[in-house]
Design a protein around this ligand. Structure first.
Ligand SMILES: Cc1ncc(COP(=O)(O)O)c(C=O)c1O
Length: 406
């Protein structure tokens, strides 16, 4: 009987194998989304998948509703509605001083996620190398695989998540096509300093490499830090693809609007890939995105203040519960060290935390190319109303009441 069962599995696997591409077997389902499903099953507090549970700005929602009622229901221009591109040019100038041409240097996609995939598919050939800092936002690994690139990982090291310039230099070579940077950073909360970015920029110039910079958390910065756009550094304007979107800044992760800013030589490729992947981003929500981009400076300042208050509530509470958090400088994530619990398996720890305590986080290993580097790490996010964070903290407090947890 056991043999028959094994035989059935082998046959099934053989059939399945021939039905899926080899490349799709080289990455797993998203661990983050899996934690959300697990959290729902246990009716837990979801501090795993990074999306806000508070409302989006009223004026932005009204603009979306208006656009639907005005019958903005058909395909927008594939690379983005003109009103959105104009708003994007204005906002970029307002915040960074950089000029981008609405006709030739912008592509609006279905979220930053599609921006990254379209960019890498547009610029990378199989066999090219792409440098990725790790721990990394989990999409970058599969993105590299999908375009046939060989990822070269460079470690960001605790406690301040900086990189060793020699290690970075050694990762560059003749086959390097691009480097992916994410600042402010998910999952660490690191904000790259100007010095660090200049080190990266100098290597990009030296090796003729394109910087693909995910700046989706550009407005979520603490203690008055400022965001340094990679494209603003000397020699980088024409070798940088700047990716951002409305998901995080305006609390609308489900609307799926993002954009790539890049010189025409690169935009021309991104646009073609984007067109055949998705045709275009949701038309009425592009109108609302334009309204969002027109919000005054005070909106961004208040948002950063509000996130800092959430951080300052959750981080000490995590510490009190027995985690060792690494203080984030930006974005809305906090990476923690779970070794204090005697934990050696982050995935088992995360499952147990959600099942027995009712709080979901993300196992650290999902952010590393070599899972063993994240085995004693767990990431939480704090894009949550105060009441939700209080519910999480109330549950976490039960951990310290137990003699052992892991
Ligand atoms: C670094 C980073 N980039 C991109 C995304 C996804 O952005 P979007 O909703 O625009 O696809 C996330 C979401 O968590 C993220 O953390």
């Amino acid at each position: 009987m056991a043999r028959a069962t094994l035989g059935t599995w082998v046959t099934l696997l053989a059939i399945m194998k021939s039905r899926v591409s080899e490349r799709s077997t080289r990455f797993t389902e998203s661990v983050i989304r899996e934690m959300t499903r697990l959290c729902n099953q246990h009716d837990g507090v979801n501090l795993a998948q990074g999306f806000p549970d508070f409302p989006a700005p009223a004026s932005v929602k009204e603009a979306a509703a208006r656009a639907v009622m005005d019958d903005v229901n058909q395909y927008a221009i594939t690379w983005g509605a003109l009103r959105l591109r104009r708003a994007l040019a204005d906002k970029t100038r307002r915040f960074t001083g950089l000029e981008y041409d609405t006709e030739t240097e912008m592509t609006v996609c279905c979220g930053s996620t599609e921006c990254m995939a379209s960019t890498l598919l547009g610029i990378v050939d199989p066999g090219d190398e792409v440098i990725v800092f790790e721990p990394f936002y989990e999409n970058y690994g599969p993105d590299a695989v999908l375009c046939g690139a060989t990822p070269r990982f460079v470690r960001l090291r605790e406690p301040d998540w900086t990189f060793d310039p020699r290690e970075l230099e050694a990762a560059f070579g003749n086959r390097t096509k691009a480097i992916v940077i994410n600042t402010p950073n998910n999952p660490t909360g690191k904000v790259f300093t100007r010095d660090e970015l200049e080190t990266i920029a100098a290597l990009c110039v030296k090796w003729d490499v394109i910087a693909v910079t995910d700046e989706i958390y550009e407005h979520i910065l603490y203690e008055g830090r400022t965001h340094v756009p990679m494209a603003s550094l000397e020699g980088m304007r024409d070798r940088t693809v700047t990716i951002s979107g409305i998901s995080k800044t305006y609390s609308v992760t489900g609307w799926r609007i993002g954009w790539c800013l890049a010189p025409w030589s690169i935009t021309s490729a991104i646009r073609k890939v984007h067109d055949f992947l998705t045709v275009g981003a949701p038309a009425p929500l592009q109108e609302a995105a334009a309204t969002a981009l027109e919000l005054p400076e005070a909106y961004y300042q208040q948002m950063a203040v509000d996130y800092q208050a959430r951080r300052d509530y959750l981080v000490p509470a995590l510490e009190a519960a027995g985690f060792k958090p690494f203080q984030p400088q930006g974005a809305y994530y906090v990476m923690t060290d779970i070794s204090g619990f005697g934990a050696t398996d982050d995935v088992a720890f995360a499952r147990k935390l959600v099942a027995e305590i009712g709080v979901a986080g993300v196992p650290g290993s999902s952010f590393y190319s070599r899972p063993e580097h994240g085995r004693q790490r767990l990431r939480f996010h704090f894009a949550r109303r105060r009441a939700t964070l209080e519910a999480a903290v109330e549950r976490l407090n039960r951990m310290s009441a137990r003699a052992t947890f892991a």
